[in-house]
Design a protein around this ligand. Structure first.
Ligand SMILES: Cc1cc2nc3c(=O)[nH]c(=O)nc-3n(C[C@H](O)[C@H](O)[C@H](O)COP(=O)(O)OP(=O)(O)OC[C@H]3O[C@@H](n4cnc5c(N)ncnc54)[C@H](O)[C@@H]3O)c2cc1C
Length: 386
């Protein structure tokens, strides 16, 4: 759907179709099944200038915004080639280094990342602090101008293929801060630094990107590693939440559309009682309902991106878009699966293998319940429950 887009935005949205001429859903599935990072596809995306969509032109990027980043994501997901690495790297990490990074981040790291020479992952989750990120205990103890980072992060997507990780750590203990959002700092951590170890988390989802637990043992960090202000990391973190929600809404809308398109083709051809199965309303209506929900979620994502790009408070739309798109994505893949009958479960159609990714996005990175709590409390004014 290219409603209300300018020519450049239309081209960005159409890029997924071009990319899929070489790197199609079969390619994505093969990498997802073997948990192998699709290096060639990522390189192509870098060469075509899409890693730096949100990076200012002076650092080698395209200087565009969240609208274009989500159009890129939705356009690629429409063709069954969604990459979580685009979420944690170019969307979350690079856009925030662009806004809050220091000279070293902007002049050295960003130009290399835009070219795909270095990659970034993002780490906030800890075994003892998932949805409640204020409970994190990974600490970067200040020592003069330097810090010593110790702790553990888990479920970190793409740590194995990344050179750097943006790590959210405490720089003050819980007991030493007046406000519970104070005392956090964001660091760019070199994953080859002394004291960094990683261990694979075996995730049961066909995905090209793998997840890792990162262990930090007295990792030496300096001022060059700090993003933004020491102890004021939560304000940067708040800036990151909406882009993550918006880009994932785009991903779910695209994957849902991809599954529905496959189901339409199949249901128009498959004939078991003398007519194509798609002519039975029992097959057609679940697909149509899912289609309506996907398009509504997609539009809400566009609204959220537009608000974000125009400096408006995007939290309400971003949470609604993420919530609605994850639910619509699950519904769409499930309806497509049902329409395919037994064929939906074969490796040949690859429909069933889309389901775990959609289902994941109801739970992570922000779960359905926290999106609904945001809407209930912040949008509707209901009392806070936690
Ligand atoms: C494949 C994968 C990739 C990931 N990639 C990354 C990454 O790159 N970087 C990163 O930092 N993290 C990553 N994560 C972690 C992810 O963001 C967390 O799993 C998620 O935030 C939920 O945290 P948790 O698992 O600790 O769940 P918990 O916080 O333990 O919550 C469990 C469940 O309880 C319910 N719940 C919790 N709190 C409330 C509440 N207040 N009200 C109502 N219900 C509630 C929800 O249903 C929730 O699903 C990834 C996870 C997975 C599985």
């Amino acid at each position: 759907m290219d409603f209300n887009l300018n020519e450049e935005q239309r081209q960005i949205y159409a890029y997924g179709e071009n990319l899929a001429q070489t790197y199609d859903n079969r390619y994505w599935l093969e990498h997802a099944r073997s948990h192998t990072f699709p290096k060639d596809m990522f390189k192509q995306i870098a060469d075509d200038g899409f890693l730096g969509l949100m990076v200012p032109e002076e650092y080698g990027g395209a200087g565009l915004g969240m609208t274009e980043m989500s159009l890129f994501m939705e356009g690629t997901a429409n063709h069954g080639i969604p990459l979580l690495m685009m979420v944690v790297g170019p969307c979350m990490s690079l856009s925030h280094l662009s806004s809050h990074g220091n000279e070293f981040h902007k002049k050295e790291l960003l130009p290399a990342a835009v070219k795909g020479d270095i990659q970034f992952c993002f780490a906030i989750t800890e075994p003892g602090a998932g949805s409640n990120s204020m409970k994190i205990s990974t600490i970067a103890k200040p020592n003069g101008k330097r810090f010593s980072l110790s702790g553990e992060k888990t479920f970190i997507t793409g740590a194995d293929v990344s050179d750097y990780c943006i790590v959210v750590a405490r720089t003050k203990a819980h007991s030493d801060v007046a406000k519970k959002t104070d005392g956090f700092t964001l660091f760019v951590v070199d994953l080859k630094a002394k004291g960094v170890e990683m261990q694979r988390v075996n995730i049961a989802i066909p995905l090209p990107e793998e997840q890792f637990t990162l262990f930090f043992d007295d990792v030496d960090l300096g001022p060059e590693n700090v993003i933004g202000e020491v102890d004021a990391g939560f304000s940067i973190l708040f800036d990151m939440l909406n882009p993550e929600r918006i880009i994932l809404a785009a991903l779910c809308s695209g994957v849902g559309r991809f599954a529905l398109n496959k189901a339409v083709d199949y249901a128009s051809e498959r004939n078991v009682f003398g007519v194509p199965i798609g002519s039975h309303q029992g097959v057609q209506h679940p697909l149509a309902k899912a289609k309506a929900n996907i398009e509504m979620a997609s539009l809400m994502g566009r609204k959220a991106a537009w608000e974000f790009d125009n400096g408006m408070a995007a939290g309400a739309s971003a949470n609604m878009a993420k919530y609605a798109a994850a639910e619509a994505g699950i519904e769409a893949v499930d309806a497509a699966l049902q329409a395919h009958g037994g064929a939906g479960f074969t490796e040949d159609t690859g429909i069933y293998e889309l389901y775990p990714l959609m289902r994941l996005l109801r739970t992570a990175p922000v779960n359905r319940e926290l999106c609904l709590s945001f809407i209930g409390e912040k949008v509707m004014g209901l009392p806070r429950s936690y």
